[in-house]
Design a protein around this ligand. Structure first.
Ligand code: LLP
Length: 431
């Protein structure tokens, strides 16, 4: 079976793969390869679908910037009414710069620094999700120093297995995240006693790329039990942050629909009278983006043909990091439906891990052909690096027949400029 891009925003027209109404080959001719390409219609469709599913609930959608923090992407979601979930001072500044109102920003993360907490309080964000009792102490101290009251939620680790990739599972007892569920009551009591803290509720996030709702049902159920216990002990609990995590299709997965997800939310925590926050990342951007690359060489490998493309693991790290599958399709549809060939698709980086696909069934490729990697809108560009001194790829946003470069291609000069040779280093001989 050959791949297809699992997205209605990237379809063939006239034999060429288009982003909305624009042929990717035309963008490649102007921008060069590799490049990321996002569809504005795709972003909007995803956001509106979740919003519609949550209709009637007191819900705020805080887009998780970590999935894709390009200013244009954040601004697009902000324009649709989204808030932001940030996990660093850098992401907080990006959210503010893109126009997300501070009052719709939540700050999650297991290791916030004093400076980041101070920035969050200065900016007047909605709330901090604290992940330890020690962090509560620090937030209290920083808030007292600034003369403000910090609204905090306690991120609880519900000890539920999200049944996703081990490296992106975050809600099991052994995972580094959150406050152990059996510490909820003492931690909440501490937050209530500490000066300049206003505990408002609980938060959780059990993992990413969830393909089943059962872990959510279990985790939300545990959260609801904690809310009842806290209230019974006399605490106010007015909000719940339910994290992100609904999966997307990379190949043939059938992730839960937003409607079914929302039904689980209603069933488990809907009756508690809490304001609800959601932090989706992948399901908002993943299938609204592709990575476009050009085939450099085709060679006979030891086992099968190998297509060497000009994108690499520095551009899209997920296959190397998680063994992740991304669909690969030719941008120009081959004529006369030739037989597919099992092909390895690799990048130019000097390690074997820089392999996008092994024995992938693909139409015969030739040097110069463009290929698109599907489902690359989330955790693609944000995880890119300059490994092998390959400047990160540019990003393009398409809307209908328009496109804009929303992140320029960096140059090697940009990379070199950030470095310095100390004047006490011996100059090379003959220099
Ligand atoms: N909220 C918190 C606190 C999170 O840690 C995450 C993701 C999200 C929300 C968003 O989850 P989503 O809706 O995107 O599943 N780099 C990995 C994914 C790491 C996700 C970490 N946390 C990958 O490429 O698969």
């Amino acid at each position: 079976m050959t791949d297809r891009v699992p997205s209605p925003d990237f379809t063939y027209a006239g034999g060429t793969l288009c982003a909305e109404a624009l042929p990717l080959s035309g963008i490649a001719a102007e921008v060069g390869t590799p490049f990321y390409c996002y569809s504005l219609a795709g972003l909007a469709r995803n956001y509106r679908a979740l919003e519609a599913a949550l209709a009637g609930l007191p819900a705020t959608i805080c887009y998780a910037l970590k999935a894709n923090s390009n200013q244009a992407v954040i601004a697009a979601f902000a324009g649709l009414g989204a808030g932001a979930d940030v996990v660093s001072g850098g992401e907080l500044r990006r959210a503010l710069a893109a126009g997300v109102p501070a009052g719709r920003i939540v700050f999650s993360g297991v290791g916030k620094t004093q400076e980041e907490i101070a920035l969050a309080l200065r900016s007047g964000i909605h709330q901090l999700n604290a992940e330890s009792e020690a962090e509560l102490d620090l937030i209290s101290a920083v808030a007292a120093g600034a003369g403000v009251t910090a609204r905090v939620s306690l991120r609880i680790n519900p000890d539920v297995d999200a049944r996703t990739h081990d490296k992106i599972s975050t809600g099991r007892k052994q995972d580094k995240f959150g406050i152990a569920i059996d510490r909820t009551l003492p931690a909440y009591a501490r937050a209530a006693e500490l000066p300049n803290l206003a505990p408002s509720g609980l938060a959780m996030h059990i993992g990413s790329q969830l393909l089943s709702l059962a872990p959510y049902r279990a985790a939300f159920g545990r959260l609801a039990e904690q809310v009842r216990a806290l209230r019974a002990a006399g605490h106010d609990v007015i909000s719940l942050d339910l994290g992100g995590g609904v999966g997307i299709t990379y190949r043939d997965e059938a992730p839960p629909g937003f409607e079914d997800y929302a039904a689980v939310v209603r069933e488990t925590v809907g009756g508690l009278g809490c304001d609800l926050m959601f932090e989706p990342g992948r399901s908002m951007v993943g299938n609204a983006g592709v990575l476009v690359a050009r085939v450099l060489y085709l060679k006979d490998g030891g086992l099968r043909p190998v297509a060497v493309v000009d994108a690499a693991m520095n551009d899209l790290a997920r296959p190397a990091m998680y063994g992740a599958y991304h669909a690969i399709v030719p941008v120009t549809q081959p004529q006369n439906s030739p037989d597919c060939v099992e092909t390895d698709v690799v990048g130019p980086i000097c390690e074997s891990g820089d392999t996008f696909a092994v024995a992938r069934s693909l139409p015969p490729l030739a040097p110069g052909d463009l290929v698109a990697f599907g489902s690359a809108g989330a955790y693609g560009s944000v995880m890119s690096s300059a490994y092998n001194s390959r400047p990160p790829a540019p990003e393009v946003l398409v809307s209908g027949e328009r496109f804009a470069v929303v992140r320029a291609r960096q140059t090697v000069d940009d990379l070199i400029r950030q470095e310095a040779v100390p004047d006490w280093l011996e100059p090379p001989e003959g220099a």
